[in-house]
Design a protein. Sequence first.
Length: 213
Amino acid sequence: MSDFTSKNWFVRLALAAAAIILLAGAVTIASLAVKPKPTARAQSAGPSGSISGSGTQSSPTAGSKTASPSTLSAAHTAPASKTACSVLTAQIAAAILGSDAKPSAAPIAPSQTTDVTTNSCAYTGAAGQLGLVAHFARTSLGQSKNDLIFGSERPPTAVSISGVGQSAFWDPSSSQLNVLASNNWYVITWNKQNRPVSMQQVQQAATTMAHNF
């Protein structure tokens, strides 16, 4: 092969290689030009229970607090400061038992559950010993429990009493007057010389303290 032919062959080879390189570069540039841009990221959900960018409500995160049934149902409950002794006051005890009425040992120990607070108060005077046990509803479930005493759990020998509270009855087996007032359950006892006084006397005592129910 002549020198001219050999040089011509190398020139063509070099041109072909350059063309291939240029073509590959053009393809790369074209692919980059048509590559889609990333879309804007959707708005992330905010704090637990807030509205996300999609318009749907996000689920509460683990550990978030939810209201208890007792909290959701609480309504018409007795004030936290209300006690049996705020119903049966010293003045009322003196009016019923006499001016010498003095506080005496409470009939029962105080207790409290989620739904009901129970405490008691008692006075002793010339006319005997007067006691009050109060069951204060703290929730609507507590109200329902108190209501049962005057419904399905009412003693079969109970005697209905009118004119006191929402509902009232005398239980002759225990000589106690039970009163439902403002959804709270009150139990009133009155003994003189270790014997219960009459139903009518206890009813009168309940009427005297009724404005504090």
